[in-house]
Design a protein around this ligand. Structure first.
Ligand code: C5P
Length: 224
């Protein structure tokens, strides 16, 4: 009686964050936002002055994070606390996403976060959002989804999200950022971003998020 896990991997802006939240809510399952963990390590490293090429020190930071996730009110995002301080807004910024992708290339950092991530798999089930959920962390998951969309559309989605949060953003710069981050995530030697062999690839370019969600939910319901 293992806990069922649905993994949803894909690049930044592919819609996986939204799909994971909707799915976890619909099923009443736990949610793992693994990107938030890498973002927190990136932010903590910057704040503590840990060099981004010192993989041992970064791994030590990752292994000893004083982090707390506080579920938000319905419809509100959850809060993230680092050393007791609410860093929710900083965590989701584009700058922090880039810091995350720098710390995420180091295998010792990824190893340090493995146990923490697997600990999220609790009854009645888990929806896991990330880059390597299906390929490394939850290889036995019965449903694996790999979400993609064109870089242009992903940049536009991120642009709208960041704008709605009051961040000043430039669409062209965002597209460049997304392309560079994709490149780093896809070409790193450890846990590169790619679909698991048994993943279902869904291209959401030009598709409403509700329709993508319906496809994913149908797949989950017919499998689990
Ligand atoms: O998904 P999100 O944009 O929050 O992820 C931020 C960065 O963290 C990614 O660009 C990637 O470099 C890293 N990451 C990762 N493995 C995961 C989740 C995120 O390497 N499972």
């Amino acid at each position: 009686n293992t806990v069922p896990v649905v993994t949803i991997d894909g690049p930044s802006g592919s819609g996986k964050g939204t799909i994971c939240q909707l799915l976890a809510k619909e099923l009443g399952w736990h949610l793992l936002d693994s990107g938030a963990l890498y973002r927190i390590v990136g932010l903590a490293a910057e704040r503590k002055g840990v060099p981004f090429d010192d993989d041992a020190a970064l791994a030590d930071l990752a292994a000893n994070l004083d982090v707390e996730f506080r579920p938000g009110e319905p419809g509100e995002p959850s809060a993230v606390l680092l050393d007791g301080e609410d860093i929710s807004n900083e965590v989701r910024s584009e700058t922090t996403g880039t810091l995350a992708s720098y710390v995420a290339v180091h295998n010792p950092v990824r190893d340090a976060l493995k146990g923490l991530q697997r600990g999220f798999a609790k009854s009645p089930g888990l929806v896991a959002d990330g880059r390597d959920m299906g390929t490394v962390i939850f290889t036995d998951a019965p449903v694996k989804i790999y979400l993609i969309a064109s870089a242009e559309e992903r940049a536009e989605r991120r642009y709208k999200q960041l704008k709605a949060k009051g961040e000043s953003v430039n669409l062209a710069a965002l597209l460049k950022d997304i392309q560079l981050r994709d490149e780093r995530d896809m070409n790193r030697p450890v846990a590169p971003l790619k679909p698991a062999d048994d993943a279902i690839v869904i291209d959401s370019t030009g598709t409403a998020i509700e329709d993508v969600f319906k496809q994913v939910l149908d797949k989950v319901k017919s499998t689990i």
